[in-house]
Structure formats: structure tokens, C-alpha cells
Design a protein around this ligand. Sequence first.
Ligand SMILES: [Zn+2]
Length: 191
Amino acid sequence: MENGKEVLTRDMDTCIRCGMKGQLGDHIIPSEDDWENRLNINNLETLCNDCHRLKTKREWIKKHKGVKRSMKITIVSGYPASGKHSYVSSRITEHDLVYDYDELMKCSTGQRLIDKQIDLNESNETTESNKSLINNIDVKEYIDLIYEMILRKLRTEKTFNNVWIIQSIPDIKLFDLLASYDADYILLDGR
Ligand SMILES: [Zn+2]
């Protein structure tokens, strides 16, 4: 599958999966599945030997062992402390993806987003920390990027048994991007 220097140069000789020194150009969509794009540089990525071996192994298992997953998507929403995490952790299986939007926002801003928004509404005053939270709408934009990429990828793949999306208030993007899926919406009210 080695397809030359051009890809390695573009990717600066770096494996796009692990960041180590890249050794070969590999098809993103295998040529047997997409013959026309076998020479298209946009369908090639630089990998190191280890990542290439792992990827090949995974593809082989997928094809020959007939791993077919009927991926189920469940959107779990509800206010903080409504039991979203225990709901998910009591149902999780060994090959699931848990995407916790709120948790990701929290660790990317260093703040407890939802709690403070609620405080803000109740107290009607804007403290210093609340201000910085409001300004951090920029972080939300970045988190949304990751979120949309994941949702898009989920649309074309059935990699997991279950996908759990935890979000206090499910947003409109979810409904749009998952329109073709039969997704379950669970609303927990904490009682
Ligand atoms: Zn690698």
C-alpha cells in the first residue's frame, strides 16, 4: 500500500495516529472498496509501522470475523445530578462510546458550566467567575467542532455496540445530525 513520498512530505513524516515518525502512506478508504481514489492523495495518510499493523489487523478482523455491530445511540439528558452518569454506567457494555458533552466543556474551561449558569439565573447578579464563564463561549465553539466531527463519523460507521451521548440539554445539532438514526432520547428528572 506504500504510496510514496508525496504523502509523507505532506504529513511532515509524522504518523497521523500516534505522532511518531511516519514510515508509509496508507489508504484511508482501502482501494478494494474505492478503486478510483486509490491514487488520490486525499485518500492517503502517513502511518508508522506499528499503527499500520494495528489498523490492518482491525480491518482484517472486521472483514473476516464478520464483526457486525448494530450500533444503538442513546441521548441521555437532564439537569446536573439527575443521574445521567449512573443511568449510563449501569447499562454500558464493553464496546461502547460515551460522549459526555458537559464533562468535556467542564474540563476544557476548567469550570462547572451548568451549575454556574443556574446560579446566575437564580441570583441575578454577575460575579467575576460568572463573567469569565460567559466569555468562554469561545471554548464552546471548539468543543462543538469535536462534537460535530464525532456525530458525522457516527453517521457513516457502526463501530460501537452503544453510543451514549450525555448532554444536559440536547441541542438542535443532535437532531439534525442523527436524523437518519433511530436514536433513543432519555430525559432524567432526578427523582
Ligand atoms: Zn503511529
